[in-house]
Ligand binder design. Structure first.
Ligand SMILES: Cc1cc2nc3c(=O)[nH]c(=O)nc-3n(C[C@H](O)[C@H](O)[C@H](O)COP(=O)(O)O)c2cc1C
Length: 241
């Protein structure tokens, strides 16, 4: 389907027929091979998703994650972001302090984050609390952003209303004129509202789709302080699918 078809109106009617159904046949996962901590499997699955994204179009953004927060009324909110950080302390992402997620996390740091790779019949779910990414790591990431992405971050008061696309593009042009592109990574200073959060997990679940919906779910539950690679910090169990 061409991209232009996506905006055609009225859209084509969905094909009639039974619900789409596909059997999942991942190799699965068990606590023995997964080991006493979640870290090796996290690293392995994310690396495999990145490698698979070279050939599977559906995996175009293998580090895209869903991030769930709750608002002041306890109502859940979820959106997709890119996991820009991942180490033994947990996955992390960047966004704007103007955003809804920033306000929600400031009031309630509880968070859930999920990598979901339907094309690989796999998901990794994290639950925990969010904390600010260290400034040094954030600035290092900022300097890797392309010039246009840096300008867009300056121009957007994320999650706030704006009247039109033209107004947004005017903001972009104003900021681009303010910080002209010379090709240096320091063309655009990191704005004060550019922020990063890391999830400090209390639970990590690996989901592997198996035949006849008899899936594997291996769950690591935090029992003590420690990194994702500290065997003293985690208890492992299997959950029913
Ligand atoms: C594939 C994809 C990647 C995205 N990456 C980011 C990101 O890294 N950071 C970000 O703030 N928003 C990203 N977004 C936009 C968010 O989904 C969301 O619209 C935005 O962060 C505002 O969310 P909020 O109003 O709930 O705070 C991405 C969206 C998609 C679909």
């Amino acid at each position: 389907m061409a991209v232009s078809d996506l905006t055609s109106y009225p859209p084509p009617a969905p094909e009639p027929g039974p619900p789409r159904r596909r059997d999942y046949d991942s190799p699965g996962i068990d606590p023995q091979t997964a080991g006493p901590t979640p870290w090796p499997t996290i690293r392995h699955w994310v690396s495999e998703a990145i490698a698979a994204s070279e050939s599977l179009p559906g995996l175009a953004e293998p580090t895209a994650v869903s991030v769930a927060t709750v608002d002041a009324d306890g109502v859940p909110n979820v959106r997709t972001v890119l996991a820009r950080f991942l180490d033994e302390h947990g996955p992390g992402f960047v966004s704007s302090l103007h955003s809804a997620k920033a306000a929600e996390l400031a009031a309630n740091p509880h968070i859930a984050l999920s990598y979901t790779w339907p094309g690989l019949f796999r998901a990794i779910r994290f639950r925990g609390t969010a904390a600010a990414i260290e400034t040094e790591a954030l600035v290092a990431y900022w300097r890797t952003r392309p010039y246009g992405s840096q300008i867009a971050a300056c121009a957007s008061l994320q999650s706030h209303p704006i009247g039109s696309r033209q107004e947004l593009e005017r903001e972009f042009a104003t900021w681009a004129a303010h910080y002209p592109e010379t090709g240096s990574v320091d063309d655009v200073p990191m704005p004060a509202d550019f922020h990063g959060w890391r999830v400090h997990p209390t639970e990590v679940e690996f989901w592997a789709g198996r035949r006849s919906r008899l899936h594997d779910r291996i769950v690591y539950t935090r029992v003590a302080d420690g990194t994702l690679d500290d065997p003293a910090a985690w208890a492992v169990s299997r959950r029913q699918p």
